[in-house]
Ligand binder design. Sequence first.
Ligand SMILES: Nc1ncnc2c1ncn2[C@@H]1O[C@H](COP(=O)(O)OP(=O)(O)O)[C@@H](O)[C@H]1O
Ligand SMILES: [Mg+2]
Length: 217
Amino acid sequence: MIKCKGIQKSYDKIQVLRNIDFELAEGEICSIVGASGAGKSTLLHILGTLDSPDSGMIELCYTDVDSLSKNQLAHFRNQNIGFIFQFHHLLPELTALENAALPAYIYGVDEKSANRNAQLLLDRLNLSHRMYHKPSELSGGEQQRVAMARALINKPKILLADEPTGNLDQSNAEEVLSLLLEMRKEFNITTIIVTHDLNIASRTGKIFTMRDGMIVN
Ligand SMILES: Nc1ncnc2c1ncn2[C@@H]1O[C@H](COP(=O)(O)OP(=O)(O)O)[C@@H](O)[C@H]1O
Ligand SMILES: [Mg+2]
């Protein structure tokens, strides 16, 4: 479901990714661990088509993403890939419901159905009582669960999470992580979690370690 070969990336002549080959089958989950600066986020962004490699091949959902035009790629991403970042990146002016439904509005789902789907998801993520709150009125754990609803609203095939609990205290981190694992299993979403926390990594089947822009095991 996720496949890349020979991925190279440099910033200002500094090589950040060195010849990365990586594969993940449909429905699999893995984590990527490694020290800060190892290139984890860069790799995740490139796999998520948010950034492009200097060279190498990426296939997502059996599609060579390089063959897509800019518009096709934006549509492909909206349809197939859910992202969760360390910081929620919710839009401050929108309610939890609207933030969660936003990718569905963009997809072209009518507002009523989009809102209904968002409501169901937010219910599942224990946010029934927070639908009409703005992000600033939510706790860190609640904000991150809204971000999770937004990532899942279009039923993506692929979920990419970059330090999803990195900004939370332990009990909120545990709630977000266990909901994430539960939802991705239920929807059979191929998932990568980037983390420097080995306790989190140990909750996924496979663990890849990055060092100096390479996957070392
Ligand atoms: N947009 C960028 N411009 C310049 N350097 C960058 C950029 N993004 C990342 N880097 C550099 O690439 C290296 C890897 O960063 P990153 O992928 O964020 O590592 P990690 O997520 O493992 O901490 C770091 O040295 C970082 O400074
Ligand atoms: Mg990072």
